[in-house]
Design a binder for this molecule. Structure first.
Ligand code: ADP
Ligand code: GLC
Length: 476
């Protein structure tokens, strides 16, 4: 069966978060399920460069303000369809923000164009290739099922929510520019949301099935606290919603072969070497407590503001913290100030893939205190490296960490520490629990073994996607 995957990010070409990892992994893992996937991406400069010359398989001279064409190419093992449209994507900066750090004002048109071309490829086929199903990811692909519904030749669609907080909103005045029918600009059964166009909502309404990236987040999405105003829409489609857990690339994140590590990890014993290397890289003294790590975007979602207040509970017990992150200027500044104030805290602001590996390998524990977390990938990396995750009890974090509760400890099943509800005080208590567990060498070693034995690859979830694709499309 043939699937057109539509997204704005894909590893190794363009990434701002976990979405890119998932979109990049799916073609490979689905291949093993008999699913041939092609990924449609915007032609950002780095994507065009990776794609090379390729073959033009579709042209469109009226693509939201200029000409565009679709290039078919194979790069890094992925079958790509790249939408080259210099007036939309030929810019420096991140996929979404200009050099001033603000959203590009024409983001609605930029991603409407991606969805428009996705719908054309799905309905008309491109150079003889017509998919059996369209799989769209997040708001950037939200309009694709809608545009398909207005053309002949539509195919079934699956729409995956990686983060419901991003709506892809546009002013109502852009309806015509975005080729949207005003009669669908309604609250009930349309893409209107508080007076604006909401492209995520379009995806939720016009797709045949909705998935999200963990079973717990699927349940959370039906509740006002997590639904970002769209919980009613989700509840109305609860029967067509499922949560399929993300996996990680267990080759890239393999402690036995990780090229980012000088001293190979291989077993919990290797941890000591990687920890010492990490301490010296961050300029930290040796200390008796656990060395905790954070690899994260610095945004409200990730709860790391609360961690600042909980820090003394860790530092007072000889624990330390190393952070690699980037994002909100205020949070970056607050963490840099914490590093100046406390000799046990070291912070690196920036994005650094190799350092992320060294950090996960060298830390004793990884902290993920998210307010919400659709799936989360870093706790999965941590498990694989025998690095004990301390997580908030939410979304995919709840689904992937077995807490150090008395019962789970007695059964020898724990893999981490869970905090609930999430406040600075409960986080402090969680850090104290973590320090106590760390002192109990036998229990800690057992938790490390359990963590490393968890299945964090794609096997089960690839099979779940394949079942869903076949059920929705009827294709073999
Ligand atoms: P989200 O997508 O919400 O940011 P995930 O945990 O799903 O959260 O994915 C984050 C991905 O980005 C992981 O692969 C993580 O290692 C990576 N990452 C986040 N921040 C950094 C950073 N500063 N340097 C390197 N990698 C990072
Ligand atoms: C989003 C979520 C994250 C998830 C990722 C991949 O960025 O914030 O929890 O792991 O998408 O699905």
């Amino acid at each position: 069966m043939k699937v057109l995957s539509v997204a704005s990010e894909c590893v190794p070409f363009v990434k701002t978060g976990g979405l890119a990892d998932v979109v990049g992994a799916l073609p490979r893992v689905m291949d093993g399920q008999g699913v041939r996937m092609r990924v449609l991406l915007p032609g950002y400069p780095q994507v065009l460069q990776a794609a090379g010359a390729g073959e033009t398989v579709m042209e469109d001279n009226t693509l939201f303000g200029g000409p565009g064409r679709v290039i078919s190419a194979r790069a890094a093992g992925v079958e790509l369809l790249v939408l080259e449209a210099p007036h939309l994507y030929g810019r420096a900066g991140t996929p979404y923000l200009g050099p001033d750090g603000r959203d590009w004002s024409d983001n609605p048109e930029r991603f409407a164009a991606l969805s428009w071309i996705a719908a054309r490829i799905a309905c008309e086929g491109a150079a003889g290739w017509k998919p059996d199903l369209l799989h769209g990811h997040d708001w950037q692909a939200g309009l694709a099922p809608y545009y398909m519904s207005r053309r002949a030749g539509r195919v079934p669609s699956v729409f995956t929510v990686h983060n419901i907080a991003f709506h892809g909103a546009a002013p109502a005045g852009r309806l015509a520019a975005l080729r949207l029918d005003p009669k669908d600009f309604v609250q009930d059964g349309g893409f209107e949301f508080w007076g604006r166009i909401n492209t995520l909502k379009a995806g939720l309404i016009w797709s045949d099935r909705i998935t999200t990236v963990s079973p717990t987040y699927a349940r959370e999405l039906t509740r006002p606290e997590f639904g970002a105003g769209l919980d009613g829409v989700i509840r109305a489609r609860a029967g067509e919603l499922s949560g399929i857990l993300n996996g990680i690339d267990t080759e890239v994140w393999n402690p036995a072969t990780d090229k980012a590590l000088a001293a190979r990890y291989r077993s919990p014993r290797g941890k000591a070497k990687n920890r010492a290397a990490l301490r010296s890289e961050f300029g930290l003294e040796k200390s008796s407590g656990p060395l905790c790590g954070v690899v994260s975007r610095l945004t409200q979602q990730k709860g790391l503001d609360l961690m600042l207040d909980a820090l003394p509970a860790l530092l007072d017990r000889g624990g330390q913290l190393v952070m690699l992150g980037a994002g909100d200027a205020a949070l970056e500044a607050a963490w840099l100030a914490a590093a100046t104030a406390h000799p046990g805290v070291a912070v690196r602001i920036g994005y650094d893939e190799a350092l992320a590996h060294r950090l996960v390998a060298g830390a004793d524990a990884l902290l993920v205190p998210s307010r919400f977390e659709p799936c989360g990938l870093t706790q999965l990396y941590a498990l694989r490296y025998g690095t004990i995750p301390l997580v908030a009890l939410t979304g995919g974090l709840a689904d992937t960490v077995i807490p150090a509760s008395p019962a789970a400890l007695a059964a020898g099943a724990s893999t981490g520490v869970q905090v609930h509800p999430l406040t600075a005080e409960t986080l402090a208590l969680g850090l104290m629990d973590l320090c106590a567990l760390f002192e109990d060498r036998e229990t800690w070693a057992r938790m490390q073994e359990n963590a490393m034995a968890q299945p964090v690859g794609w096997e089960a979830s690839a099979a779940a996607y394949a079942r869903l694709y076949r059920e929705v499309s009827g294709a073999e």
